[in-house]
Ligand binder design. Structure first.
Ligand code: IPE
Ligand code: IPE
Ligand code: MG
Length: 246
């Protein structure tokens, strides 16, 4: 992590934690073994982000589409979520981490939802890293929810159609309080977005690595940030304009 330029740390990093199943298979173990080991990577990366001053870390833990997996795996993942939150709550508090979730928490098993809400409440006053768990989340689901909220405001007469702009949409997403991620990391060699942060990633830098998520750690995080720091973010402009702006 020492090679990172401390003056150019992304304020928001989003991660698609992929490859747990393949990691377990390589070891001749069941898929859930991979998910259990994923927790170590989550801990290490959270700690790494806190150390270098990343303000927001959003982790894709369970997608809307993941509900279609075999029932045993879904149940196992939900139980793992409950036990992990319970186990890690002390450490989160100690490290001043503030927990948030995005996604359809109403679709989660009651126990899971209760545990999450409790952890969010208990870390509410923390002022360090914002750890955002995307659970039962998908970008399309989130945008659909936002559309429903906006049209109901129009219906009630609180909002005029011609006043709808990009900010109206942003403010009705579950990420309304967070900046867009500057960097998105996906592990396991897959090069797709899989319905993650579709609106928010319009200008996000993408980083893909072959490393399977349970093997990901602070050093791998540092590689991703170094790759980010070598890029020129032009936002539609040309290189010369950026130099004269600076
Ligand atoms: C990511 O690992 C975790 C979740 C999607 C919950 P996978 O379970 O997708 O692992 P692979 O892609 O099958 O290896
Ligand atoms: C994306 O991984 C979702 C999470 C990491 C939670 P998947 O393994 O579900 O993605 P696809 O289906 O291979 O695109
Ligand atoms: Mg996968």
């Amino acid at each position: 992590m020492e090679h990172i330029d401390k003056s150019n740390i992304p304020s928001h990093i989003a991660v698609i934690m992929d490859g747990n199943g393949r990691w377990a298979k390589k070891k001749g173990a069941v898929r859930l073994f991979g998910h259990r080991n994923a927790v170590n990577a989550v801990r290490d990366v959270t700690e790494g982000c806190a150390e270098i001053g990343v303000e927001y870390l959003t982790l894709y833990a369970f997608s809307t589409e993941n509900w279609s997996r075999p029932k045993d795996e879904v149940t196992g993942l939900m139980e793992l979520l409950v036990s992990t939150i319970r186990k890690e709550l002390k450490t989160l508090t100690k490290n001043n981490v503030k927990l948030h979730t995005i996604g359809d928490t109403d679709s989660l098993p009651k126990k899971c939802k209760r545990e999450l809400l409790e952890a969010i409440e208990r870390t509410r006053e923390n002022s360090g890293l914002n750890l955002i768990l995307a659970i039962s989340y998908s970008g399309r689901w989130e945008i659909t929810q936002a559309m429903k909220k906006i049209s109901s405001e129009v219906e009630k007469g609180n909002l005029k159609t011609e006043d709808i702009d990009e900010n109206t949409i942003k403010n009705n997403l579950m990420t309304a309080d967070f900046p867009d991620p500057e960097l998105m990391i996906r592990t396991s060699g897959e090069m797709r977005i899989s319905n993650y942060l579709l609106w928010q990633s319009a200008y996000t830098e993408l980083y893909f690595t072959e490393t399977l998520w349970p093997d990901f750690n602070k050093e791998e995080l540092a590689k991703a940030i170094l790759s980010y720091q070598r890029r020129e973010r032009r936002f539609g402009k040309i290189s010369e304009q950026l130099k004269s702006d600076a």
